[in-house]
Ligand binder design. Structure first.
Ligand code: ADP
Ligand code: GLC
Length: 488
């Protein structure tokens, strides 16, 4: 196959700036695509940390006026990643969270900021950087959603476009008065354009105008065509179902590798799973949990938001305590959930440990030391933590939704002895069904042979990007071929 050039566009990228799994995906997929003959460069905003990470970047463009100020487009590499950086100090020279101001509210000019990112993607798509003219512009989430719209309305040759939705909740909605400021033509403000209940929706723009739409698991691709999962855009997605598909996320198996992980107490592999015990003990010590070896130690690493269903875990504190389990939770987000988790930890010292914050090293130790990882999400486009758990010999306990349903094989749905079971799934998503799954896990935990089988099945599950990147590569080839055939 001939090689293709892809411009990925995203508002965050691991390891420089990350608020969630989007950054992990954007920071690891391009490397895997490289092995499939796809050359990817990723356009990201020039936040201070990004500029700092690329001290020797080359200046590719220098424009005195672009969306309210002078900008430069920088090109540089970080490890195996090739980056293009929109250095627009008036939009992005702000430290901290990429979307939220120090007062805790979204930056008031987020629309202008990410419209500028998308516009630059469209400019590159149409040849603004002579050394890199992409065949495809691949937009991730609402922040890049206007790129397919700009390219749809552009004159002259344009690349193919792919829109990937990582989460339907975040739609990037702005007042219709901004249409002109965003540089969108008046005719785009219709139900078949960027209009969404009287506002402009960046995500809708991307879903409407991209040549192909993907999301991050096959089950989520079905869920978002429904009224509930579609979050207002289900009808549009049903209409465009011919061009919509779900491709599972992978994880970076060099960052998440229990044999080399620098953050854990003892490295291990499938052959020496016993070494996990040292991580378990280190985790208990670190978090002040009792040093029990026969309590099922549950781990959670999560944003604390309604999506993640962790209020259902709070409902289950009596189950956890009465059934002799332990909990190690690392998370941050909704202040009410933060307070409630801290309160139950205080009331159950030694049994429940809660760390509020963002801590990459501790996340690795939890993956290496917890017996089971709980992900009780109400919806989950893909989810990455259950993939890391599988790789680290942790047994996932997950709700049967989205990518969680697609990546975990339930112990009841298969006969364990000879089967591929890797964890426990529950549904519908309620406190009661979660309690049932916790109890089932606890019972299996006390049968060492069964537990070992679950762990080994998990470790041998392919959670890498390898196969999944080739699905993106096939999609890219498909969309480019379809365009060529249309032209002839
Ligand atoms: P989402 O993107 O919806 O937050 P994912 O499971 O796709 O969920 O990705 C979450 C990513 O963020 C994972 O890499 C996970 O390890 C990481 N993460 C989440 N919360 C924390 C935290 N408090 N500390 C460290 N890492 C975290
Ligand atoms: C979103 C989703 C999560 C997914 C991640 C990366 O943040 O909530 O399920 O794994 O994007 O695609």
């Amino acid at each position: 196959m001939t090689s293709l050039r892809v411009l990925a566009v995203a508002s965050e990228i691991y390891p420089i700036v990350k608020t969630g799994g989007l950054a992990d995906v954007v920071g690891s997929l391009p490397v895997a695509l490289g092995s499939c003959g796809i050359e990817t460069r990723t356009l990201v905003p020039g936040y201070p940390d990004v500029i700092k990470a690329l001290p020797t970047a080359e200046v590719l463009l220098h424009w005195p006026h672009f969306r309210g100020g002078p900008i430069r487009l920088l090109g540089g590499s970080l490890g195996d990643l090739d980056l293009l950086v929109l250095d627009a100090p008036h939009l992005f020279a702000r430290p901290g969270n990429p979307y939220v101001a120090p007062d805790g509210k979204d930056w008031p000019d987020n629309g202008v900021r990410f419209a500028a990112l998308s516009r630059m993607a469209a400019e590159i798509g149409q040849g603004a950087v002579r050394s890199f003219v992409p065949d495809i512009v691949h937009a991730h989430d609402w922040q890049a959603g206007l790129a397919p719209a700009y390219l749809h309305y552009a004159n002259g040759p344009r690349p193919c476009t792919v829109m990937t939705v990582h989460n339907m909740v975040y739609q990037g909605k702005f007042p219709h008065e901004m249409l002109h400021t965003f540089g969108l033509p008046p005719e785009s403000f219709t139900i078949h354009g960027v209009e969404y209940y009287g506002m402009i929706s960046f995500l809708k723009a991307g879903l409407q105008f991209a040549d192909r739409i993907t999301t991050v698991s096959p089950t989520y691709a079905i869920e978002i065509q429904g009224d509930e999962g579609g979050m207002g855009l289900g009808g549009l997605l049903r209409e465009r179902s011919q061009v919509l598909s779900g491709i599972l996320n992978g994880i970076d198996t060099s960052v998440w590798n229990p044999e080399t992980d620098p953050h854990i107490a003892a490295r291990f592999s499938a052959k020496e799973l016993e070494s996990r015990a040292a991580n378990r003990a280190a985790l208990q010590r670190r978090l002040g949990l009792d040093p029990s070896t026969d309590a099922l130690l549950l781990g959670v690493i999560s944003r604390l938001s309604w999506q993640k269903g962790l209020d259902l875990l709070l409902e289950n504190v009596p189950t956890i305590v009465n059934e002799g389990m332990q909990l190690a939770l690392l998370g941050s987000g909704d202040p009410d959930l933060e307070n409630r988790f801290q309160a139950v930890a205080k009331a159950n010292a030694g049994r429940l440990a809660v760390l509020i914050g963002y801590d990459e090293a501790l996340a690795h130790l939890i993956q290496a030391g917890a017996d089971a990882l709980v992900v009780p999400s109400r919806f989950e486009p893909c989810g990455l933590t259950q993939l890391c758990a599988l790789r680290y010999g942790g047994v996932p306990i997950v709700s049967r939704v989205g990518g969680l349903a697609d990546t975990v094989v339930d112990a009841n749905e298969a006969d364990i002895a000879g089967s591929a079971a890797t964890g426990f799934k529950f549904g519908p998503v309620t406190g009661e069904t979660l309690a049932g799954a916790l109890r089932r896990a606890s019972n299996s935990f006390h049968d060492k042979q069964v537990w070992r089988k679950l762990q080994l099945n998990g470790i041998s599950t392919d959670v890498s990007w390898c196969n999944r990147a080739s699905q993106y590569a096939a999609l890219y080839h498909d969309v480019v071929t379809a365009r060529r055939n249309q032209a002839h």
